[in-house]
Design a protein around this ligand. Sequence first.
Ligand code: PGA
Length: 234
Amino acid sequence: MRIERFSSKEELYTRAVAIIMEAKNNGAITFGLATGGTMEPLYAKICKTDIDFSHCMSFNLDEYVGLEATHKQSYAYYMNKHLLNQKPFLASYLPDGLAVDPLVETARYEGLLQQYPLDFQLLGIGQNGHIGFNEPGTSFASLTHLVTLEESTRQANARFFSSIDEVPTQAYTMGIQSIMRAKCILLLAVGEAKCEVLERLLASDYTEDVPATALSKHPNVMVLTDLQEEENKL
Ligand code: PGA
């Protein structure tokens, strides 16, 4: 895992855009994409470039169960709003939050990921160490599956809803193994709220208690952060 630290968010996002452009110029076709507050400035910056994804495919990490694609807090809606309306891909996939049968839906999505192996995967990180919606304790062998969200995750995401009661309790997510198959992974840890979890990630052994530590066994992971090392803080 290579970590690059930036003194400003502006520099960090500029670097993230450059990494994505480089991956694409080097032939990446299939992109695993992420949502959340962290990704909004990134997508805004990408939309200002002339990057063309029209021959690429995108696969999102996760989707809430119970929200239709037109719901403003669904990740399908988020992706269209922040990226796909301005930068269309040849095809874009997310799990279907309204799928009738979770087993059929997770098998369908995992099948797509196996049919189109990811060249590049973008990740945020939850304050509890989750990647995608793989909460602490998720097996590192997991494939796309249905999860019950931790209360802390629902609280962290409540800021996007009018009240915590509206935050869905379940979601579909790529599994840790699904994520780890990507050829190249870019994780962004931005803002003070991620300070503790980033330190935990860098200090922890490989443990399912901190899902992001799975990445320590991946050969090509880059972490960009605006957080400084503990000893460098004033
Ligand atoms: P955030 O979410 O970008 O909104 O902080 C990241 C995550 O939970 O993975």
